[in-house]
Design a protein around this ligand. Structure first.
Ligand code: WQD
Length: 340
């Protein structure tokens, strides 16, 4: 019995493969390696002593996808990560995002149906909530018009999955991630941004290691305690464990079809300045940053209510912001040792 992980060499995908293997699952990973590196498979094996099955496959290539399900005829569930995720890039190249993120998902659904694979865990995002007036936000909050084509692909994919589970023999858990950060305790897995990082934490660690001159804080004039935006930073290993819990949850469902949504965060909001202070504390280094103008599209604050995941998945985040910064920093230092 195998679990197929799409985007398996990506940041969250690779950590999830490790947790699935450590839970005893046999894993098949597919990835087009456009935004990830094949050496990640060796590092997964170093951590778990088990090499996952790996195929270089692009979800836009439906024939290749059919071949995967023909080769591994005992796939029982799919964890679907493969997607482009850079908000800014999606604004510049919307069609690329719609073709890949939505086309890849509909191809996957078609092939799953043809091979009678009925369970999927989908990588969604808190971005579907847009700008939330009164955080924290639970799953009953309205899904609004996304403020980027990237966010819109997550919203549209959720709608496609909801429609498909209403008619087909399909059960889907959509996990709405807040802000994934940190790295594996082994420092063998972590975030590998392509080019200049869009996200806060890799920019912090690359500044601290000397890859970047300085961090620009995008605005300190927001209506928050210290003027900087607030987010719910969730450790990537906690997030990976939520996917294992979601697979177990689906296996326990009596219904043959259904659509289930869960917020995956810590339930705590931290500002950009609090993240910087935490990093400086755990790394013992002073971060070189300056205050710059606001970034278009940023929401002021968003953080999660995760009671539903706790009660129904039996999952709760266990790591705090300091551990996120510590593991992110160790990973950045490891990358330097590997000359990556
Ligand atoms: C966090 C805060 C920035 C960089 C995005 C996507 C979301 C998910 C996670 C994929 C904000 C500030 C950042 C910098 C800064 N992606 N910041 N200087 O925008 O909350 O979420 O990534 O699933 O869908 O929307 O994350 O890390 O980019 O920003 O001041 O150099 O850090 O303004 O307040 P974001 P982020």
């Amino acid at each position: 019995m195998k679990i197929l992980v799409t985007g398996g060499t990506g940041y969250i995908g690779s950590h999830t493969v490790v947790e699935l293997q450590q839970e005893g699952y046999e894993v098949v990973m597919i990835d087009n390696f456009e935004n990830s590196q094949p050496f990640i498979v060796d590092h997964i094996q170093k951590i778990t002593s088990v090499r996952p099955h790996v195929k270089q496959v692009d979800l836009r290539d439906k024939a290749a996808l059919y071949d995967v399900f023909k080769t591994y005829s005992d796939i029982v569930a799919v964890v679907h990560f493969a997607a482009y995720k850079a908000v800014g890039e999606s604004v510049a190249h919307p069609l690329k995002y719609y073709q890949n993120n939505i086309g890849g998902t509909t191809n996957l659904l078609e092939v799953m149906q043809a091979h009678r694979v009925h369970d999927m865990v989908f990588s969604s995002s808190c971005t579907v909530y847009g700008d939330v007036a009164n955080p924290p936000v639970d799953e009953s909050a309205p899904v609004v018009k996304a403020n980027s084509p990237y966010g819109n692909t997550k919203k549209i994919c959720e709608e496609i999955l909801q429609d498909q589970t209403a008619t087909a023999n399909l059960r889907v858990v959509s996990l709405r991630y807040f802000n994934p950060v940190g790295a594996h305790d082994s420092a063998l897995l972590g975030e590998l941004p392509v080019g200049v990082p869009n996200n806060l934490v890799p920019f912090i660690t690359q500044t601290a290691i000397g890859k970047r001159q300085k961090l620009t804080v995008f605005g300190d004039d927001y209506p928050t305690a210290d003027g900087t935006c607030i987010r719910d930073y969730i450790h990537v290993v906690d997030l990976a464990k939520a996917h294992v819990a979601a697979i177990s949850y689906l296996k326990k469902q009596a219904a043959t079809n259904g659509y289930y949504v869960f917020n995956i965060g810590t339930g705590k909001g931290n500002s950009v300045m609090e993240v910087i202070r935490s990093f400086e504390k755990v790394s013992g280094t002073k971060l070189h940053y300056e205050i710059g103008p606001r970034r278009a599209g940023d929401v002021v604050q968003i953080y999660a209510v995760c009671n539903k995941a706790q009660h129904e998945l039996g999952w709760k985040a266990s790591r705090d912001l300091d551990n996120c910064m510590q593991t992110a920093w160790h990973w950045e230092q490891q990358l330097k040792n590997l000359n990556l």
